[in-house]
Write a protein that binds this ligand. Structure first.
Ligand code: NAI
Length: 238
């Protein structure tokens, strides 16, 4: 039987590339997005059939509960969870509105906690499961203009390592991917030629390259509680 993979933020960017790659690997996908039409459109591009599209705002506890109940009821137990939903609201701290701080923390940090919590109930029924959360190199190194975003991503590191310890005895692994600049809608406002000089490999990454690293973490049976940086060497220069 094929593994069930839930990809939050799976209709666009890195999440979409992860959904595609996992479908090529024979997984059944539950693509979760704030926008159900977008999730459906992604599902239509996946390899194989039997995938499902669901709309959910991961920052809202009741929506998350309901969504994962539907997944459990209609698709069965979850083998993989990838948390690729996230937002950025870049500005210097003095100019950051409190409502933007709340939105960043609710989506990037609380949202991930809620989806992990909801998925674990299902994962405990399986004999082997894995979670990949998506942080950022700026969560590890910090960046001017991204205080709250980087705090939300740094929070994911502690969360991921702690959860990995909590659930290891149940053979559930939890890892964090920390990308640098990846070509997606999130970075569409950045000009590669302005940023690429600080990247040793000299270019932004592609969503497919980030997805490859997610797949590696999902499929590596002896890796848990780790942070994998996928940044073309950017961190070395930060
Ligand atoms: P994206 O903007 O292309 O996609 C983000 C997805 O998350 C979208 O589908 C969006 O609808 C969804 N989303 C946002 N808020 C949501 C909510 N409350 N509930 C449900 N879904 C929600 O972004 P991208 O680039 O694919 O980013 C994926 C993850 O990777 C994010 O967590 C981002 O912070 C992180 N990341 C991205 C980098 C990049 O250079 N693109 C670098 C480092 C980290």
């Amino acid at each position: 039987m094929s593994r069930l993979a839930v990809v939050c933020g799976g209709s666009r960017g890195i999440g979409k590339a992860v959904s595609r790659l996992l479908s090529e690997r024979g997984c059944r996908l539950a693509v979760v997005s704030r926008n159900e039409d977008a999730a459906r459109a992604t599902v239509a591009t996946l390899h194989g059939s039997d995938h499902v599209a669901l709309s959910c705002d991961i920052s809202k506890e009741q929506e998350v509960q309901k969504t994962f109940e539907i997944i459990q009821r209609t698709c069965g137990n979850i083998s993989y969870l990838v948390n690729a939903a996230g937002i950025n609201r870049d500005s210097l701290l003095l100019r950051t509105k409190p409502e933007d701080m709340v939105a960043l923390l609710h989506t990037n940090l609380l949202g991930c906690m809620l989806t992990c919590r909801a998925a674990l109930r299902s994962m405990l029924q399986t004999k082997e499961a894995a979670i990949v959360n998506i942080g950022s190199v700026v969560g590890l190194k910090g960046n001017a203009g991204q205080c709250v975003y980087s705090a939300s991503k740094a929070g994911l590191e502690g969360f991921t390592r702690s959860l990995a310890k909590e659930v290891a005895s149940r053979n559930i692994r939890v890892n964090l991917l920390a990308p640098g600049f990846i070509h997606t809608d999130m970075t569409a406002g950045l000009r590669e030629k302005d940023g690429a000089h600080s990247i040793p490999l000299g270019r932004f990454g592609t969503p497919e390259e980030a997805a490859q690293a997610v797949l590696f973490l999902l499929e590596s049976p002896y890796i848990t509680g780790q942070v994998l940086v996928v940044d073309g060497g950017l961190q070395l220069a930060m």
